[in-house]
Structure formats: structure tokens, C-alpha cells
Design a protein around this ligand. Sequence first.
Ligand code: GDP
Length: 214
Amino acid sequence: MSEDPFSPDALEAARVLFARPVRFLLGAAEVTQLPDPDLPEVAFAGRSNVGKSSLINAVVGQKALARASNEPGRTREVNLFLLDERIRLVDLPGYGFAKAPKKATAKFQNLGRAYLRGRPNLRRVYLLIDARHGLKAPDAEALDALDQAAVSYQIVLTKADKLRSAAAVEAVHAATAKAVAKRSAAFPRVAVTSSETGAGIAELRAEIAAAALV
Ligand code: GDP
């Protein structure tokens, strides 16, 4: 991979990688159910409804690999997908979902935390933030957990198409970048994406490839 993550070659290599076969591997309700840490993993985290399923689907170019959070079943677990038999994409439980009973919420968060602390093959966490809202209190807790786990993470703003203007996108981008600049484990670039329009998806693929295949 070249030094510039967004060089034409890097973007093309990432496009080819993410066009390779991808499949649902398993949903783990406990860390003991996770596969051996023998392949690089990148994980996706964020508040419920942030657009996590949509982003994972956009990145792999499939409509229904990751499921919407309000569907029963998989999304309350840690869900793993296998890309090209060599990278695992990990969908972490959404946090801050007000309707979930407190005990259940704590359990999901514990699983997420246990995953973050215990994975030597975890190359990067993508923390998704809704571009309309920016960083909020529940996100700060997630950032603290990531800093404590000393896991490399990158902020991804989602649903950028819902903002009224490029200036509004730039404002939330700048504010978010400033907030994470003080954080020790944060990757400096804040990604801006829309699963709806595809904006920023090619660049995100390139960054995931660079993080996973070092
Ligand atoms: P999750 O709970 O984080 O997995 O969120 P989902 O991917 O299920 O998305 C939550 C809602 O936001 C759904 O109604 C999506 O259609 C919508 N959504 C997700 N991404 C985008 C986006 O980039 N743009 C727009 N306009 N809507 C989006």
C-alpha cells in the first residue's frame, strides 16, 4: 500500500478488496464465542440508529449484509463478517438506546468493552457519529472506553447528506476534529460519509484497508 491512503492506486486496490466476497461469520453473545484472533479485525461502533448497518453495507457494496438495529436477532450481539477470507469486519452493539432495559444495555456495553480490551488482532475501531448531532455525551463515554483500551480509533461522521450545506458539514467536521485532537488513541482524520449518496465511502474503504493490512 502506498504512503498516500487516497492515491488513485490505493483507492483502486481498496475498491477491488471490498468487491471481494464477504459473508456473515457469526454473532457472539459472549467473548468466549469469538473466533481465534488469527485474522486482522476492524470494528464499527456507535449509538443505535447512527447508520452503522447502512455504512457497513455501503462499504462492502451490499444492501443487506448488516441488518438494521430495530430488527430482532443479530445486532445486539457482536456480529462478525469475513471479507475476502482475510479481514473480519466487526459490528459492535449500538449504545445509548433509550428503550433498551438498563440491565440489557449494560450487558451489551460490557460485551463491547470486553471485545475492545481483549482483541490483539483489532487494528482499528470506527466510531460513527451522526453528522447532524456531532459528539454527544454517550459518545464521550465511548471515546473514554476506547482511550482506556488504547485501541486505535477513527471518527466517521454519517448521514452527511442530511445536512443543508457543505459549510454545515465543514463546521461539524471541524468541531469533531478539534474535540478528538486531545484524545490519545484517536486517528487524526475525521471521515465524512453518506451511505445514501456514497460520499466518502471509497476513501473510508482505503483507510480500512490500510489499517487492516499493515
Ligand atoms: P444502525 O442502527 O446504526 O445500524 O442504523 P441504520 O443503518 O439502521 O440506519 C438508521 C436509519 O438512518 C435508517 O432509517 C437509515 O435508512 C438511515 N440512514 C443510514 N445512513 C444514512 C445516510 O447516509 N443518509 C441518510 N439520509 N439516511 C441514512
